[in-house]
Write a protein that binds this ligand. Structure first.
Ligand SMILES: Nc1nc2c(ncn2[C@@H]2O[C@H](COP(=O)(O)OP(=O)(O)OP(=O)(O)O)[C@@H](O)[C@H]2O)c(=O)[nH]1
Ligand SMILES: [Mg+2]
Length: 614
């Protein structure tokens, strides 16, 4: 029985470690290069003069993976994220929420590996081979129709998640097949499998590490629903083990799927597992596969690696799934397969860390760009609001100046009109003498008319001034309605000049003329006095209307008037529309957060891409 590491009969794998990552890593950090296979094997890449370099046989037992990510730097990133989270809490709570989720992802204790690939590439077979237990149903027709999550446990159990319900089933291949098989025994498609969301399978005495979840997923390129499920299973993974069949390794659809996936999860998140379909499950066939076919498969994968987003050659592991299921003998890639799969026993696994860091880096970049956009829009809004406030202040100043001018014009009018009214009253009073004393409404009518006439001369002047001031101070012109109202307010009221009748009822025919004359003189005196009294009343009445006159002359309140809109109502966009926006201190805080996000994203990227691919 061959046991050498290089003869295809690889020795039994060591007992799996249940805790703590223990996979061998390259001494040089990046353990491989594009000539990986050739440089590692004796006689590899033999250069025959005049001939091309021959493909080197693949050598098992030599598996190396990425070096660990320095924990000190991961801790540094976590500290930085916690700080950002705290700072963002008040000014950008959604950033805090998102960073919280990233912290949860980085700290997630469970490790998920998903076996993905083209349908019928042998995913379920490889899982059975690794477990060395025929638990997952395998078939020549599309088989796995639901996501199956395998974990280690005290006893075997299986639980079906179906349409939101859960129910236990017997943990046997047949029972699992009944739930997840895409094709019935009669060869018909089973639509009911679509309602099975997940199958949780717990296995006692298996190599799955305690903290690991292994997912067997439906294959791609069968139906749209299964593609969707395959994607869902891949997205649940920390590492996607891409099982590709040696019969048709890496088809176009596989490459397209992987290119999208690598763009989202990073190059460390995918490892290729070449499932060797041997003619006969014999060691000679396996050795022939390793020396003839495997280098060509690796060559194809490596040749297409860059197009799929791998900056350096991805890790490719061969295993003969069916053969491994059928034998416990060494060989067929068991050692490498087991060693590799069981190395996923902690969240400090280099691939798990890199894949999570990659996702975090992408999220941080996106947050950074969102925050920077916000800084730009808030800065713009601040400038807009500052300009609007300046305009508003200028407008208010202008309005106050206008109001002051109107007030002094109105006061001047009232003073002017008061003087004219008194002159008019005095002139009328001077005409009232005993011999010419008129009874009835004569003096009232005359004084009312003359007071109006006296007002007329100054009202027009005032109205002109008000209009001119409105123009000068960029205020809306007084419209006709307000003008008519103002004119009415400025028009003095009708007045009554009382002419007393002193002798009324007393004058008799026998009364001496001198007494009668005294009565008349007395009446004339009071008529004169009443004339000036009525005049003062008219002046007082107009003076009392001063506030109304001002309000009318000033027109609409200043808040509804802009300098440029001629007094039209302001639209919301004219005002400081972003009144609820940030102040300068908050914008500064946002800017600080953006810079910290840049730093954290750079750090996450550098860790995620650390030392490339093996
Ligand atoms: N010769 C040979 N046949 C294999 C090997 N691995 C798988 N098969 C066969 O290929 C068929 C498909 O295997 P599965 O494990 O069901 O493939 P799968 O990728 O899980 O298929 P889906 O779940 O339908 O996507 C089965 O009949 C297997 O017996 C192998 O290494 N060699
Ligand atoms: Mg399957």
């Amino acid at each position: 029985m061959p046991t050498s590491e290089n003869d295809g009969g690889d020795p039994e794998p060591p007992a799996p470690e249940r805790r703590g990552y223990t996979m061998t890593t390259s001494e040089h950090g990046s353990p491989a290069n594009w000539d990986h296979a050739a440089s590692e094997s004796p006689g590899a890449g033999v250069s025959v003069p005049g001939a091309a370099i021959l493909p080197a046989p693949y050598v098992t037992g030599n598996l190396r993976d990425l070096p660990p990510v320095p924990q000190r730097r991961v801790d540094q990133l976590v500290r930085s994220l916690k700080e950002i989270c705290q700072r963002a809490w008040t000014v950008a709570p959604s950033v805090s929420g998102s960073i919280d989720r990233q912290l949860a992802l980085l700290g997630q204790g469970n490790v998920v590996i998903t076996f993905g690939g083209h349908f019928k590439s042998g995913k379920s077979t490889v899982i059975n081979a690794a477990l060395h237990r025929l638990i997952m149903p395998m078939d020549d027709l599309p088989e796995t129709g639901a996501i199956c999550v395998l974990t280690f446990g005290k006893v075997d159990s299986a639980i079906v998640h179906n349409d939101g319900d859960t129910r236990p089933i017997e943990c046997s291949t047949e029972c699992i097949r009944r739930e997840t098989s895409l094709i019935s025994s009669a060869g018909e498609r089973r639509g009911e499998v679509h309602s099975i969301e997940q199958l949780d399978i717990t296995l006692a005495d298996c190599v799955i590490p305690e903290s690991a979840r292994w997912i067997d997923s439906p294959g791609i390129n069968d139906t749209a629903e299964m593609d969707q499920r395959a994607l869902q299973a891949a997205r649940a993974a920390d590492t996607l083990i891409w099982v590709t069949s040696s019969r048709q390794p890496l088809s176009e659809v596989e490459m397209d799927f992987l290119a999208d996936y690598v763009a989202q999860r990073g190059p460390a998140s995918v490892v290729f597992l070449v499932n060797a379909f041997l003619q006969k499950d014999e060691l000679d066939e396996w050795k022939a596969f390793l020396s003839d076919k495997m280098p060509r498969v690796i060559g194809k994968i490596h040749a297409n690696a860059q197009a799929m987003g791998f900056p350096s050659p991805p890790l490719v592991i061969p295993a003969a799934g069916r053969a491994l299921c059928g034998t416990e003998a060494p060989g067929f890639g068991r050692r490498d397969l087991r060693q590799f799969l069981t190395s996923f026993n902690s969240n400090t696994h280099p691939r798990v860390q890199r894949a999570r860091l990659y996702q975090t880096a992408l999220e941080l970049r996106s947050l950074e760009s969102t925050v920077r956009q916000r800084v730009a829009s808030e800065t713009e809004s601040l400038a807009r609001r500052a300009a609007a406030a300046k305009q508003r202040q200028a407008r208010e100043r202008r309005r106050a100046d206008f109001a002051r001018e109107i007030e002094s014009a109105a006061e001047a009018f009232l003073a002017d009109w008061g003087a004219r009214a008194r002159q008019t009253g005095a002139a009328l009073a001077a005409t009232i003498t005993a011999p010419s004393l008129q009874r009835g409404l004569t003096y009232s009518e005359t004084l009312s008319r003359e007071l109006k006439a006296a007002a007329d001369g100054v009202v027009t002047g005032l109205l002109d001034r008000v209009q001119r001031l409105a123009e000068e101070y960029n205020q809306p012109p007084i419209d006709d309605l307000a003008l008519a109202e103002l004119r009415a307010l400025l028009t003095p009221p009708d007045v009554i000049v009382m002419v007393p009748l002193s002798g009324k009822g007393k004058v008799t025919s026998t009364m001496p003329q001198s007494v009668i004359a005294e009565f008349i003189e007395n009446d004339a005196h009071w008529a004169r006095w009443n004339t000036s009294y009525a005049t003062e009343q008219a002046v007082a009445a107009l003076t009392m209307k001063e506030q109304k006159i001002l309000a009318c002359a000033l027109g609409r309140p200043a808040s509804t008037v802009t300098p440029d809109n001629g007094g039209a109502r302001e639209t919301p966009s004219d005002s400081s529309s972003a009144d609820s926006g940030f102040d300068q201190a908050q914008v500064d805080q946002l800017e600080e957060i953006a810079s910290r996000l840049t730093y954290a994203a750079d750090l996450a990227v550098s860790l995620a891409e650390l030392e490339g691919q093996p």
